[in-house]
Design a protein around this ligand. Structure first.
Ligand code: NI
Length: 139
């Protein structure tokens, strides 16, 4: 880690108030500086992920009703089609109808994004999100 540098930020009072409330909800160890550092790190990881030359690892979280027509079969078939990039999956039966699946997808950022978009865009998937990080490895 390099030396700490202090700098000022001008911000709308209302926006700062909401930011402080967010920081407070995060607990005792949280403060403005740490929260801003986290945001900067997130932005840098996100930007790095956009560089297709580096390997990306993403988690795809999705919630769906397994009883809806052939949705489970469709999602299963999509995952088999990308078995070389989906390195792990977890299935939780949330209740009598709803399922939660979390997949770990590894590969070029474009491929990871495409797989996630295809799964999350499948009709019947209620909710979902792709979260990404990078290994920093060149492809
Ligand atoms: Ni299930």
């Amino acid at each position: 880690m390099g030396r700490l540098v202090r700098f000022g930020i001008a911000m709308d009072e209302d926006l700062l108030g909401r930011f402080d409330a967010l920081v407070e909800r995060r607990g005792v160890a949280a403060n403005r500086s740490e929260a801003v550092r986290d945001l900067v790190r997130d932005a840098l990881v996100e930007a790095e992920w956009e560089q297709a030359a580096e390997e990306c690892v993403g988690t795809v979280t999705m919630v769906f009703n397994h009883g809806v027509s052939d949705l489970s079969d469709k999602l299963d078939a999509l995952q088999h089609a990308h078995h070389d990039k989906i390195v792990s999956s977890m299935h939780v039966h949330l209740d009598a109808h709803n399922c939660l699946e979390v997949l770990v997808v590894r590969g070029a950022s474009g491929d990871v994004r495409t797989i996630a978009d295809t799964l999350l865009g499948t009709k019947g998937v209620k909710h979902g999100k792709l979260v990404t990080t990078t290994t920093g490895q060149k492809l």
